[in-house]
Design a protein around this ligand. Structure first.
Ligand SMILES: Cc1cc2nc3c(=O)[nH]c(=O)nc-3n(C[C@H](O)[C@H](O)[C@H](O)COP(=O)(O)OP(=O)(O)OC[C@H]3O[C@@H](n4cnc5c(N)ncnc54)[C@H](O)[C@@H]3O)c2cc1C
Length: 314
């Protein structure tokens, strides 16, 4: 927490809307808010967000097929065409006093009339022995980033989602063999990706199996299944979902559900007037770039309407 009474605010640093995050949701929100002529700022740890970790996006309307990086490059160009300011920094805390929100990063303080939390999520860890020890030495959470290091190797992808299927497909471009290890009976990928997985000779699915340990010396040698079997692999890609980045929101009383997702209504409003949330950090059941963008856009509309009904001046 910081003492907001002792902070001096440059009027240049008082905004109608500050958007927290650097992924598609934040940029979608920013594009609409800028076009509403709101004074806005986007603050994100890094530009691009989670989607930059995937090698291929084929479901974003208007773009038949593109890498996650490529898609976000288009978002960047759109953002820059509207002169939307983006600061690469991490929000440490938020406080509310009277009609304003005070945001603190490592180096700067900001003041806003409304905020939109679009901080996305972090990859979930398995929490098994060896995972942390071999992280970066065979354990990875991003096939696009680390796949090329596993040329002609044998790897395991742990998980059964569409993201896991896409990670496995990408890895076949580099690896000799890719095992999908899934605790369920059938992977939950989009039908088109499921078909690609099932038809790919390099991929084999091991069903009804949990990995309970990762073993090795200076790098991974094997994984242990819950049936006791030791299975030889050179690398493990963990793709078992994510945890919402909602801690700073919780600290100021923003309501979250049992999964830690920020609860929003159809106007992307949280329980605190003037605070909106959208995208992977929020409680919508489906989490995709396009759904995040649309919730972000709704947040921009709602913030604009909210300010129109306020009488506060700065
Ligand atoms: C392997 C994989 C493949 C995928 N493929 C697709 C696909 O094909 N199509 C599709 O539509 N979606 C896909 N997705 C899902 C998509 O990536 C997410 O739904 C989307 O990125 C969510 O966007 P977001 O902006 O809400 O969150 P994120 O993209 O997670 O962005 C949140 C940003 O906020 C930043 N941040 C966090 N905390 C703070 C803080 N305190 N201060 C400042 N910044 C902060 C983070 O660093 C991050 O940059 C895929 C996901 C994965 C993992």
């Amino acid at each position: 927490m910081f003492n907001i009474d002792s902070l001096e605010f440059d009027p240049e640093k008082v905004y109608d809307l500050i958007i927290l995050g650097g992924g598609p949701t934040a940029i979608g929100c920013g594009i609409y808010a800028a076009r509403f002529a709101m004074k806005i700022l986007i603050i994100g740890k890094v530009f691009g967000g989670l989607i930059t970790t995937t090698h291929i996006v084929e479901n974003y309307p208007g773009v038949t097929s593109i890498s996650g990086q490529g898609l976000m490059e288009m978002f960047r160009q759109h953002m820059e065409s509207l002169n939307i300011p983006f600061i690469s920094d991490e929000i440490q805390s938020i406080e509310k006093k009277e009609d304003y929100f005070f945001l603190k990063t490592f180096f700067q303080n900001f003041k806003a009339k409304t905020i939109c939390i679009a901080t996305g999520s972090e990859r979930k860890k398995l929490g098994i022995p060896g995972e942390q020890q071999f992280s970066g030495r065979g354990v990875s959470y991003c096939a696009t980033c680390d796949g090329p290091f596993f040329k002609d190797k044998i790897v395991g992808v742990i998980g059964g989602s569409d993201s896991a299927a896409k990670e496995a497909l990408f890895l076949t471009q580099h690896c000799k063999k890719v095992y999908i290890i899934y605790r369920g009976e059938e992977i939950r990928a989009e039908p088109i990706n499921k078909k690609r997985v099932l038809e790919n000779d390099k991929i084999e699915i091991i069903y009804n199996t949990n990995v309970i340990e990762i073993k090795g010396d200076h790098k991974i040698n094997s994984i242990i299944f819950d049936n006791g079997k030791e299975f030889k692999v050179d690398g493990v890609f963990i793709e078992i979902g994510s945890i919402p980045n909602s801690e700073i929101a919780k600290k100021i009383g923003v309501r979250t559900n049992n999964h830690g997702e920020i609860m929003i209504n159809r106007k992307s409003e949280t329980n605190i007037p003037g605070i909106y949330a959208a995208g992977d950090v929020a409680d919508a059941p489906y989490k995709q770039a396009i759904t995040g963008v649309s919730e972000g856009v709704i947040a921009a509309y709602s913030a604009f309407e909210y300010l129109k009904n306020q009488t506060i001046q700065y």
